[in-house]
Write a protein that binds this ligand. Sequence first.
Ligand SMILES: O=c1ccn([C@H]2C[C@H](O)[C@@H](COP(=O)(O)OP(=O)(O)OP(=O)(O)O)O2)c(=O)[nH]1
Ligand SMILES: [Mg+2]
Length: 149
Amino acid sequence: MRVPVVGDQPRFAHPDDAGADLTAAERTILPPGARAVVPTGVRIALPSGTVGLVVPRSGLAAKHGITLVNSPGTIDAGYRGELKVIVLNTDAAQTYTIEAGDRIAQLIVIPIPPVEFVPVGELSESERGEAGFGSTGYTTTKEASDGAA
Ligand SMILES: O=c1ccn([C@H]2C[C@H](O)[C@@H](COP(=O)(O)OP(=O)(O)OP(=O)(O)O)O2)c(=O)[nH]1
Ligand SMILES: [Mg+2]
């Protein structure tokens, strides 16, 4: 799939990577617990029938506690504005500084089917039914009776 881009990214670090790296266009200082909307300076035109998902980089998350507030961020195919990354410093003590040019997140492009929501009186039955929110239990030792719905 070819995706028109204005700007010099996103870039795949390896040919078979799912995520293409997005870089910060400006320096951003993140004290503990702070969030910021970081511009990337890039605009793209995703093909109809696809969505872009902005997801965290695991290295930044594991080493510095940097994640995304809205993970995954949704890039609509029709969006032509600048891609922005809403970063969050989850570290309790360390300030983290993003420098211009740093890779701060990655963009995954996936196909999505056309969807139409159709009102009906009743839904079809399924094995799960309405059970959720931990209904199958949490660990091998805790049971489903732990307050799950
Ligand atoms: O991490 C993100 C998330 C979104 N966007 C851009 C692309 C997306 O198509 C648009 C709208 O995003 P979303 O639908 O998540 O935000 P909203 O709050 O629902 O805004 P809107 O009312 O414009 O849909 O903002 C980004 O640049 N980065
Ligand atoms: Mg929206």
